[in-house]
Structures are given as C-alpha cells and as structure tokens.
Design a protein around this ligand. Structure first.
Ligand SMILES: Nc1ncnc2c1ncn2[C@@H]1O[C@H](COP(=O)(O)OP(=O)(O)O)[C@@H](O)[C@H]1O
Ligand SMILES: [Mg+2]
Length: 361
C-alpha cells in the first residue's frame, strides 16, 4: 500500500497543503521547526486517529483556526482508497473512509498501516517501562482490533476504579462497588496479558535473524515479556492490594505496569548493555516491527523516518536503508548530506520552509 497524496488544511503550521508522494523514497528536508514532523504526524493520525505524540485534536489544529482537515489518498494494489479527517476543537473528530462516515476508530484499522521511527525510539531499551509499553500498544492497536477494544475498556474501567478509590475515604460504603470494577478489570487485563505474550513470540520469530545480521553475527537478541502480574496471580494480587490502592488512590497491580526486557546473549541490555548495543537492539526492534506488519497484514506498511538517519552511524544507516526494499518511505532530515555522501537513492525531494512544501524534482 502507498500514500499517493496528502492534503492538510489548518493542520499545525499548515494553512493549506497538498503533497503528491512517490511510491519509493521521499525526502522532506528543511531547518528545525519548519513543519517536517508535523507532516509525518498528520500521516500517523490518518492511520490511527491519534497523534504519535499523544497530542489532542485541539493541539494539532492550526492556532488561528476552529477546525482542520487531513485528507489522504491511498493506493492499495491499484485500488484507490481515501481517508478524510475533520478535526474540531470542541467535538471529537469526524472520520470518513472512501467518503463513508465511520463511527468507531476500529473501523479505520487496516486501511493505512504505518511504522513510525523517531530518534526517541533509539532509547527505548534504556528508557522507563512506559516507553516499551507504548511501543507494544501502538503496534498492537494498529494490528489487532480486539486488542484496541480491550485496551480502551481496560483503561476506561481503571479510570472509574481509581475514581472510586479516591471517593472511598469520604464514602466507605463505596468499597462494596470495587468488586464489580475488579472483575471487569481482570477480564480485560487478562486478555491484554495474553496478547502481549503472543506479541513477544511474534516479534522473536523475526528479531533474532535481523539482529544477528545487524550485530555482525555476534548477538542473539530476545524480547521477553515481563508482566507485572501473571494471569493466574492477577485476581489475588488485586484483592491483596486493595487497602494500599485506597491509600494511594490508584490501582497498583495490572498490565498497565508491564515491562518488556531485551536480552542479548542472555544478558539484560537495559542494565548491562553499552549504549551502542542498546541502540542497535532498538534499530532491530523497529526493523522487526516493519516485518511483523508485513506478515500480519500481508501488505507493506508506509515507513515514516523522522530525523533518525543523522542519529545513526553509517553502518546502521546502510542497514536501515537497505531493509526498506519496496516499502514507501517518507524521511525527514535537516540536510541531504547523508544521502549525497553515502550515495543513498531517493525518488522525490521536498524542501519544507515555514509551513510550505516545495517539490525539488
Ligand atoms: N497547532 C499549531 N498551529 C500552528 N503552528 C503550530 C501548531 N503546533 C505546532 N506548530 C508549529 O510547528 C512548528 C514545529 O513543526 P515541526 O514539524 O515539529 O518542525 P520540524 O521541521 O523541526 O520537524 C513550530 O514552529 C510550531 O510553532
Ligand atoms: Mg522534527
């Protein structure tokens, strides 16, 4: 699948923009704060209805406007598809696929699959667990409607449970209500745990060979799920923690505290890996993500590389660019030096300046 064109109206610093992409490698270059990431963000929003930065709709609408639009035209095996989004400050966004309004975000899944790669992803191994959970959630929510549904419900019920925990100090009789929330929380939480186990298995079947070649045959990388509670322990643990939860006014046990551990030749990279090893593992992880999306959707995702090339040494740059193959790729960077110096091939170049984009070839 490829993106043929993107139109933005009152999106971030774009008043009005239309870009026609090449099916191969597209480069958006320009100084800082000109609007390069904003374009990739708008594509991510088209794919998932959410910003990769977690920005709210009212943040991504142009400062001076009440509403904004993102319109993407796709080509899926010769078939044209459209995704239109209407962003509004005070209401939730309107979304249409092929001009037909959809009611649930889940209906958007599978239309446009993207893999987003930003410099922050290179520190995913050493960062806090929340970043690794975000990685798994972002991927699973794109690939699995049921996971998306379970995660949304889990989060909703946890918010309600936490609200009750806050109230219990004033209304001790509310304590009886907890068990209703607990059983729902456990039911959705167990489904998340099971799917995350499966996600690790799926990733590992790809990760090992990619990382072997990236590390020059030296390292065997494994992604291991480290659930905060197992499915079996979950119920007892939630009950045992109730008094503590009331004191802290929040839910302590559950998959919202999960982690993923990365082992290289059996050694935990977060604790013992060098920075170089951690970054190589992070790159392997992103490359595996592309492969996983291909396997599951039986189609190519669109690869969005936000300023990552300048963060990689030439060996890793070459690896990344070589693994693109026939995947449509949109790359942002400040200059074209890396491409020119290393003779990397590209198909289309755009210069981004203060919310305008000019095609240079
Ligand atoms: N809602 C908005 N309305 C107008 N401008 C915005 C909005 N949000 C961000 N910007 C502007 O977008 C610019 C940053 O764009 P970005 O795509 O991150 O730049 P870069 O080219 O460095 O990737 C900043 O100048 C910022 O002020
Ligand atoms: Mg940027």
């Amino acid at each position: 699948m490829i993106i043929k064109s993107l139109e933005l109206e009152n999106y971030r610093n774009y008043k009005s923009l239309k870009i026609e992409f090449d099916k191969g490698v597209n480069i958006l270059y320009g100084d800082n704060a000109q609007g390069k990431t904003n374009i990739l963000e708008s594509i991510y929003v088209s794919a998932t209805a959410r910003s990769h930065k977690g920005a709210r709709d009212k943040d991504i609408i142009n400062f001076d406007a009440e509403e904004g639009h993102i319109k993407t035209l796709l080509d899926k095996d010769g078939l044209e598809r459209r995704v239109d989004m209407h962003l509004r400050r005070s209401k939730s966004k309107g979304v249409a696929v092929d001009k037909v309004r959809i009611k649930k975000t889940a209906e958007l899944l599978g239309i446009l699959n993207v893999v987003f790669f930003s410099p922050e992803d290179l520190s995913i191994i050493k960062n806090a667990p929340a970043e690794r959970r975000k990685f798994a959630n972002m991927e699973l929510c794109q690939l699995d409607q049921i996971y998306l549904y379970n995660l949304n419900n889990y989060n909703k019920i946890m918010t309600q449970r936490n609200n009750i925990l806050k109230e219990i100090n004033f209304r001790p009789d509310y304590r009886d209500m907890l068990s209703i929330y607990d059983s729902q929380l456990i039911s959705y939480g167990k489904k998340l745990i099971a799917r995350r186990h499966q996600f690790c298995d799926e990733m590992n079947s790809i990760l090992e060979s990619i990382h072997k070649s990236l590390s020059g045959n030296k390292e065997v990388l494994e992604m291991r799920y480290a659930p905060m509670v197992t499915e079996d322990e979950y119920e007892d643990r939630l009950k045992a923690d109730t008094d503590r939860d009331i004191r802290y006014k929040m839910t302590s046990a559950g998959p919202h505290r999960d982690d993923f551990v990365f082992l290289s030749n059996g050694i935990d990279l977060r604790t013992y890996g060098s920075q170089g090893q951690q970054r190589t593992a992070a790159l392997s992880l992103k490359l595996s993500e592309i492969e996983l999306v291909k396997r599951i959707t039986k189609d190519n995702p669109v690869l969005l590389l936000d300023d990552v090339l300048s963060e990689l040494d030439s060996n890793r740059q070459t690896h990344l660019l070589n693994s693109i193959g026939d995947i449509q790729t949109i790359i942002t960077c400040t200059g074209l030096d890396d491409f020119v110096n290393n003779r990397f091939e590209y198909d289309k170049v755009f210069k981004v300046t203060e919310g305008t984009v000019r095609s240079e070839n």
